[in-house]
Design a binder for this molecule. Structure first.
Ligand code: NZQ
Ligand code: ZN
Length: 386
């Protein structure tokens, strides 16, 4: 096991009816900006619950943060924060609203004139404006981590940011919020969380038995609850296990002491930036090709995953490893997720070259757990996923 530091300061308030506890968590005398997305919270009752919980507080609102939170929209929210002397941000939404809020938390205290620099220059956020979240969509883990991904339509970029100052102060996780989530977003959530675990697990053995088993247990739980959640989002037991699995998949715990990959996400973000494909679906497109391309360096973990997660126990190590890649792709397909780029766009020619060029321009020369994947390898992997 590798050396590690681990600190996660986010308080989780989990369960049915917990939105009411907001009033105990928001600082007294806070001037709050409540941030939300395209309006789902106004149809499913979450907006009302939040407003009721915050009676007596001074609350301004900013709605309309789109999926894949857009920089130019967030800049309008930043103006409100500055003009109104906001002191606390409350994100009510999925990963996009929470990530947008993290950007605002950082930008509110940023001293430069052009806050896109936080992303383009990879400036870590040591301190941000305090914020909390009410999660409405289990998927990203953003509710308990310090990362965010922001899109800029003008330049077709989608870049990551983060830092120790960007953990939410608290996150309210009420599993009943999934009642209103369309199945397209539920399967996205399952696929995203599943791939988060794979990114932190599908590398090489490092003697971290507990982390391996944490990771495998999250994968097994997601596989078990997926059909239940999709058949009946009102199954509270399934919903609560789904929600907590998504959070645990990316709150930092399972990546401690182990090598991590994250190349699937790096390539996937480019597919969203270039073609507007849902985040989770880009991962299902890239992951099978990535594991095939890197078969030799990943096959021991692939075989372990085959045995422990999918119960594929027959045959050689190579056979099990290869079967695990196929089973993973089939799992995504069973959820209703298409796994080829050409399923999403007819305009895919040249995508691999463009992504490879972007990585070269940004100086991203060594992706993957061995930091040895070159832009030309990325080009091959993306082409394999056409
Ligand atoms: O905007 P509204 O109207 O709220 O509708 C949303 C949106 O259209 C809807 N939705 C959310 N909760 C709902 C609901 N509809 C009905 N009932 C509810 N309870 O779902 C749609 C998608 O929401 P979004 O927040 O975009 O989805 P998700 O949570 O999957 O977030 C995706 C974003 O997170 C980033 C992705 O790149 C993408 O931009 N990620 C963030 C990460 C992080 N911060 O750690 C890690 C991830 O790998 C990922 O990159
Ligand atoms: Zn993801």
């Amino acid at each position: 096991m590798k050396n590690f530091d681990f600190k996660n300061p986010t308080k989780i308030i989990f369960g049915k009816g917990q939105i009411d506890k907001l009033k105990e968590e928001v600082p007294e005398n806070a001037k709050i900006l409540m941030l939300y997305g395209g309006g789902s919270i106004k149809k499913n009752g979450i907006y009302e619950q939040v407003k009721t919980a915050l009676e007596g507080f001074e609350v301004l609102e900013f709605g309309g943060i789109p999926a894949n939170p857009e920089y130019s929209v967030l800049i309008n929210a930043l103006k409100v924060i500055k003009e109104e002397n906001i002191t606390f941000l409350l994100a009510v939404g999925g990963g996009s609203v929470i990530d947008g809020t993290k950007f605002l938390s950082s930008a509110a205290l940023y001293e430069g004139d052009f806050p896109w620099e936080i992303l383009s220059q990879k400036i870590p956020t040591q301190k941000g404006m305090p914020f909390g979240t009410v999660l409405t969509l289990p998927a990203t883990g953003s509710e308990m981590n310090s990362g965010a991904v922001i899109t800029r339509a003008e330049t077709k970029e989608k870049l990551g940011m983060g830092g120790p100052g960007l953990f939410p102060a608290f996150s309210v996780l009420d599993p009943t919020v999934i009642h209103s989530i369309p199945s397209r977003q539920l399967v996205n959530g399952i696929t995203d969380a599943f791939t988060h675990v794979l990114e932190q697990y599908m590398t090489y053995p490092s003697g971290a038995s507990l982390q391996d088993r944490f990771a495998e247990s999250i994968l097994q739980t997601l596989i078990e609850v997926a059909p239940k959640v999709l058949n009946n989002p009102k199954d509270y037991t399934a919903a609560s296990n789904f929600m907590w699995s998504c959070t645990m998949a990316l709150n930092g715990l399972i990546q401690k002491g182990v090598p991590t990959d994250w190349a699937v996400h790096a390539m996937g973000h480019e597919l969203t930036a270039l073609h507007g494909i849902d985040h989770a679906r880009t991962l299902a497109v890239i992951a099978p090709s990535h594991y095939k391309f890197n078969f030799e360096t990943k096959k021991e973990k692939l075989a372990q995953y085959a045995e422990r997660v999918w119960n594929i126990t027959e045959g050689s190590l190579d056979h099990k490893a290869s079967a695990a890649i196929d089973r993973t792709e089939t799992f995504f397909q069973e959820l209703g997720i298409k796994t080829r780029l050409s399923d999403y766009t007819k305009d895919y020619h040249g995508t691999a070259e463009e992504i490879s060029k972007r990585f070269t321009d940004r100086g991203w020369l060594g992706l993957g757990e061995h930091q040895n994947l070159k832009p030309e390898d990325v080009e091959k992997i993306v082409k394999m996923s056409y």
